[in-house]
Write a new protein. Structure first.
Length: 139
């Protein structure tokens, strides 16, 4: 079980990400306003942050830089999710400090695999499979 903070302004994506993460035994928390994301992260103390890039007010790239610069959260893995992958986007996202990058519309399999990859071995366990094994069918 891992605590995963989701920063996303789209309600359907929040529902999808939360459902997927909960189905894999994780504890998701969503924040829709990126201006509140840093405070939420400090309180929630997540094992992983998943952030949209196209966010109003504070962009995902800015948020990633803020997390990286934060004394408490500087080491937390970050996975970026973005709808527009223009040339150079992945480089910019990784340069800002995110470890991983998934484009929308997300592939469920890729999304879950990217999440598990960023979690410590213990937190990544969901009881159904261990990292490195073939994914087992889920209902
Ligand atoms: Mn968005």
């Amino acid at each position: 079980m891992a605590k995963i903070l989701i920063v996303e302004d789209n309600a359907l994506n929040i529902k999808l990400f939360c459902d997927l993460l909960a189905a894999h035994g994780h504890e998701p928390q969503a924040v829709t306003d990126s201006r509140l994301a840093l405070d939420s992260a400090r309180t929630f103390d997540p094992d992983l942050v998943i952030t949209d890039i196209q966010l109003p007010h504070v962009s995902g790239l800015e948020l990633i830089r803020m997390l990286r610069a934060d004394a408490q959260l500087g080491e937390v893995p970050i996975m970026a999710v973005t709808a527009y992958s223009a040339q150079g986007d992945e480089e910019r996202i990784r340069a800002a400090g995110a470890q991983s990058y998934v484009s929308k519309p997300i592939s469920v399999v890729k999304f879950v695999a990217a999440v598990q990859e960023l979690l410590p071995a213990e937190a990544g366990k969901d009881g159904g499979s261990t990292p490195g094994q073939e994914p087992s069918p889920r209902t």
